[in-house]
Design a protein around this ligand. Sequence first.
Ligand code: AHR
Length: 661
Amino acid sequence: MNATIKRFIIILFLSGLIQHPTLWGQQQPKQNPQLILNLDKANRKVSPTLYGLMTEEINHSYDGGLYGELIRNRTFQDDAKKPVFWKLTDSSTKSTLTLDRSDPLNQYLKVSLKFEVHQGVSLPGLENQGYWGFPIRPGTLYKGSFYAKSIKGGGQLNVGFLAKDGHQYYAKTTVHSVGTDWKKYTFELRTPQDITQTAEAVFVITPTRPDTYWFSLVSVFPPTYNNRPNGNRPDIMQLLAEMKPTFLRLPGGNYLEGGNFANRFAWKNTIGPLENRKGHQGTWGYRASDGMGLLEYLEWCEDLHIEPVLAVFAGYTLGGDHLEGDLLEPFIKEALEEIEYVTGDIHTKWGAERAKNGHPEPFPLHYVEIGNEDFFDRSGSYKERFSQFYTAIKEKYPSLQIISTFGKEFDIAGGKAEIEDEHYYRNAEQMEADATHYDNYDRNGTKVFVGEWATREGSPTTNFNAALGDAAWMTGMERNADIVIMSCYAPLFVNVNPGGMQWESDLIGYNTLRSYGSPSYYAQKMFNNYLGNRVVPITAKDIPLKWQTLSQKDSIAGKKPEEIPAVFYVATKDTASGTVFLKLVNTLDKSQPVNIHLQGKVKINRSAKTVVLKAVSPLDTNSIDDPLNIVPVENEIKGLKKDFTYIMAPYSIQVIQIQTK
Ligand code: AHR
């Protein structure tokens, strides 16, 4: 290379317009990394609540997602002017469908659907398009209901699931004798065994003679998890159950705060009969039915045998409105009542209300979070607001642990935040570069709840590179699981149908019929399913490094690439069974041997089970049409000694289960 070309390359490199040559491929490790596990010193406790779930209404998480309801816009409030998602089966008819506020069902559902039926060539029906169709499965029972009335009275309505061709009914029945006053009608639809499952269907209500009908709260449910009335989709619940989470952070997220006071998560509007739930405008661009109300969240926890982590509205909205001092008192009262609804026995006012709603048993609750992401509150009011909530909650419920959303070591009247909620949304290299984040935290300071975190690569669900970033980050949380007492990934869900997503890179995807876990889902499942109760200290040597990839923006800004670790590790031991779970992450594009030395007075079994999640390319992923492309594979290592070499596959995440005795 002549001197001028060389000088030119050096200038480009220094200006950041090209990167270090080793960035074009990943750097070769010079020698095997070594991990020395000190099994006699596994003293640091692993929080039993380390891995949990976070939820809110985003990406059609509930309506069109986990919540079983199949009718979209069931109370006709999604649009103030038109009955969106509803239409006539025959657009050529003189019959009409309009929103009507003249004689509502009750004070909550102030609008109903008016259906003026005129005889044409045939009588038109009323059709709901569902959430991207309906999950029609063979041999399945669907339970439905609606409130209705008509002018003449006595007419009958045929209801059913109609194929998109407009001819074939997958299931159909008749509701007889609709009266002239509002009344609830129930029906069942059973599909035959000999159909193929499909989402290509609509729900139809067809009158048998001309009349004018009104409808309110039209509802149809498929079978639900644990057969809960008003319950959840079984396939998605099953994916969650397999993660073996320990808690559910609810109800948000931004969804807790709302765009304004009227649209915060006002829990009292979300309990009781569905016809008493008016719903509200969610924070992610669509209206929430509030079918997933406070009790449904709690029952969701109950079904997974986990505890809620209850976030209470803290007087600050996403729009920036906030209240302080005496003006905050009604919201503090609302939070105390909410805690009573969750935990109070049936002799308390709100415990009795919960019993009336169908759940006499109180729910367990140990953690309450005050607000969400209050570092966005530029008014600086959080410390005061937090202090007011903290004092009132601690006075009535001294044993509850209170989580602040912002501000470590809060010194407030009567105490300090026991736990701080930290959020991290990053790319894979940022996660990897910061995997030692908690290694030097004050071990006696405020505990940490990583209440939202995710490696955001891949869409709608994450790809394998994100799973590598997640796994690297989890090694850091797990190694410090005495400080990081809880963590939960966000967002949890995405409806992958067109228009279903507002936030890219999610954990679990689904359409109307099927659901799947992303590579990140499987990484988390592995980390949580193979977890001890003590951290095993590891001394590491010769950990391979790789050059960070600079974004174009950072290159132009003159930022220099740095070397970051390419291999990550953590080990925990289950003191009851003696199993050591060694987790290793290889982010390199080549196989990487690791020398492992098990130090201590213990003996080990000669064979060890392994679980490996790997990909050919970091861009590899799972999708609705290829849901199991990347899944953990179990295997066994034989002839294990206290010194052994394990070869990690390129782009791999693994757990080695070493049995000590
Ligand atoms: O997880 C998506 C959003 O990210 C949450 O609603 C919010 O808390 C955070 O900003």
